[in-house]
Design a protein around this ligand. Structure first.
Ligand code: TRP
Length: 456
């Protein structure tokens, strides 16, 4: 008995393990790669502000709703939804949330693995000191050469899929949570240092103006949808993945407090990444709207100029590889868990089956970067379509249904049962937000641009 930590301490540890595991799922390529290039493409500050509003007014309340469903159901998303829908006396219709989630997980993970593969390729390049003293044009050429080479892309994409399958197969979830406890704080410190360095060698004034002084002419329905989709993507909501975390949450701690912490840490990482990348973008005359390559040109250039830059660059890209692994595992987990729990599949087999499917789908993204670069429909290539369908259609739809179900269908007593030690006013405020702000706003933001796109 003497070896057991005192109850109080155990409680804190559980709390931090939950926050670290959820933050590990939330923080990933979405914060670094996607946030920066979307902000660049969508005119900067106006996008950033709509994104911040979406994170705290829409995504955070819906994240709580999602975690509550998992916490009540205590199983994989499909079974949890089945359970809570029965309990609310409503139909099996709501299980559609889980099916949408399965589709979204597979699509997102398919391109996520390819982009994580770019990170792996950059770890290798940093190891080989490729960027030392290069000018920005050569750094850009390095990136383009990678995209033009399907063989290299496939090697790295395969390595990423193999790693997450291995981690999921052997169920070392505790290990992932433990790794995240160290990774996230170290990543935040590294980004702060990088932002300071970028402000020294880059153009911090223009960057601050771009990121925080809105030009409201950029505000269009399509941009608002992109910002909201990014808010959902970055907090990993709308697809049932966070239900899996709810199923394992510690009982004796306020969920609201823990999730607010997750949202704050996640937002901090995205903003710091912006502060590290944009000063360089402006001093180097990189086009902010250049697209998905933005961080892969700006950051390696900075490391190439830095004293010991090869070493710090290697550490940095290794760290980003690790946080994309923790997110990749969380994306793979719900579908794997469902195959295991529902059909009694052997875990390694289930993880491998999902991995193979994702790997095959990932080839669509790989080839859309080179062999199929000319294919486009309504101005979007294959990769853009995958991203649009998942982040701008499936996630908002899933998030809206979750808000609707928990806001209007689930009984208040059942919900408050799952909220430990939260003040009644927090509960009321959250339910109001969910019912009257999140649910209608997500619907309008989702429908209007789609309508414009299809009709206009
Ligand atoms: N939030 C992750 C990131 O920013 C990506 C992501 C989206 C995700 N949906 C998810 C991760 C579901 C885990 C589970 O990189």
């Amino acid at each position: 008995m003497a070896l057991m930590p005192p109850i109080e301490r155990q409680g804190w540890q559980q709390r931090w393990t939950f926050i670290a595991a959820s933050t590990g799922a939330a923080v990933g390529l979405g914060n670094l790669w996607k946030f920066s290039y979307l902000a660049g493409e969508n005119g900067g500050a106006a996008f950033v502000l709509v994104y911040l509003a979406s994170v705290f007014l829409l995504a955070l309340p819906i994240l709580l709703a999602e975690v509550i469903i998992g916490s009540r159901g205590r199983a994989n998303p499909v079974s949890s939804l089945h359970h809570v829908a029965l309990e609310a006396g409503s139909s099996r219709f709501w299980q559609i949330i889980a099916w949408l989630g399965v589709a979204a997980s597979l699509l997102i993970l398919s391109y996520y693995s390819v982009i994580a593969g770019w990170i792996f390729a950059y770890v290798e390049a940093m190891f080989d000191d490729v960027f030392i003293g290069l000018n920005v044009r050569l750094v850009g050429d390095h990136f383009n050469h990678l995209l033009e080479d399907p063989r290299r892309l496939i090697i790295w994409h395969s390595s990423f899929v193999a790693l997450i399958v291995l981690i999921a197969a052997f169920g070392v979830k505790r290990g992932v949570a433990r790794a995240a406890r160290i990774l996230i704080p170290v990543l935040i410190i590294a980004l702060i240092l990088l932002a300071v360095y970028a402000s020294k060698i880059g153009d911090i004034d223009t960057a601050l103006e771009f990121l925080f002084k809105p030009d409201w002419s950029a505000l269009t329905p399509a941009m608002i949808l992109a910002a909201m989709g990014q808010a959902f993507f970055t907090l990993s909501i709308g697809m049932g993945a966070m239900m899996a975390f709810g199923a394992h949450r510690p009982d004796r701690h306020s969920v609201v407090g823990m999730l607010a912490m997750v949202a704050l840490l996640d937002t901090a990482v995205a903003l710091l990444a912006g502060l590290a990348i944009f000063p360089l973008v402006f001093s180097l005359n990189i086009e902010p709207a250049m697209g998905p390559g933005l961080m892969f040109v700006a950051l390696p250039y900075a490391f190439g100029q830095m004293v010991y830059g090869d070493f710090f660059g290697l550490l940095f890209f290794l760290m980003v590889a690790c946080v994309s692994l923790t997110s990749g595992v969380a994306l793979l987990e719900p579908v794997t868990a469902w195959l295991v729990e529902r059909f009694n599949w052997w875990r390694p087999l289930a993880a491998t089956a999902v991995g193979v499917l994702v790997w095959l789908l990932g080839l669509l993204t790989v080839f859309s970067l080179n062999l199929w670069a000319d294919i486009n429909l309504w101005g979007m290539g294959v990769f853009e379509w995958l991203d649009f369908i998942s982040a701008n259609i499936l996630l908002p739809l899933g998030a809206w249904l979750i808000a609707l179900f928990v806001g209007w269908w689930m009984r208040a007593e059942v919900i408050s049962d799952e909220m430990f030690d939260d003040h009644p006013w927090i509960f009321s405020l959250w339910r109001l937000l969910l019912r009257y702000i999140a649910a209608p706003a997500v619907l309008v933001i989702f429908i209007v641009p789609l309508y414009q796109r299809l009709i206009g």
